[in-house]
Design a protein around this ligand. Structure first.
Ligand code: ZN
Length: 173
């Protein structure tokens, strides 16, 4: 990480003698909320660099280093891995019928074959009809999954809205 460019000033629109113009809103908030660092931040540039580095880390990277329960693999994964797994749907290899994971919205040949069948069928010039059929069916399947997710989301919003209304009406008494 490069050092942060800091312009010092004692004038207006500054915090800890740093010009607002060279700080991002979350950095300004940090200095507002953490008054204890003020004296060192004013006097010590090296201290300031370290503090800004920690703020950067806390703001942008922390969630990506945490581990979460992964409902798709029933194990523990990083946030990015869960996002990747969320894109994968249960599907069947269109040649040997074994279970595979296919990526939602991906219509490349490799998405419809297990690794063995891909070696045998994936690189032929004429695309096997079973692969084409599988890709058409997969398109419908993806649409149904997305629609279901959308409905689930709408239902969730409805529940959320009604619970808000209930809370509001209760607060009238
Ligand atoms: Zn196969």
């Amino acid at each position: 990480m490069k050092p942060f460019k800091i312009e010092r000033s004692r004038g207006k629109d500054t915090i800890c003698h740093i010009k607002y113009s060279c700080l991002k809103p979350y950095q300004i908030n940090f200095f507002k909320e953490n008054k204890l660092v003020k004296r060192n931040a004013i006097e010590d540039d090296r201290f300031l660099q370290i503090v800004l580095r920690i703020v950067e880390y806390e703001t942008h990277y922390k969630d990506h280093l945490k581990l979460y329960y992964n409902n798709y693999t029933k194990g523990v994964s990083s946030y990015d891995e869960i996002l990747e797994d969320a894109k994968m749907l249960d599907w069947k290899c269109c040649i040997c019928d074994c279970e595979i994971k296919s990526e939602i919205g991906n219509f490349e040949i490799v998405n419809f074959l297990c690794s063995d069948c891909f070696k045998a069928y994936g690189k032929q010039k004429m695309v096997d009809e079973r692969i084409l059929d599988s890709s058409v069916n997969f398109r419908y399947f993806c649409q149904r999954v997305l629609l279901k997710q959308q409905k689930g989301h709408m239902q969730y919003l409805k529940v959320f809205e009604t619970s808000k209304k209930i809370k509001k009406s209760k607060s009238l008494y």
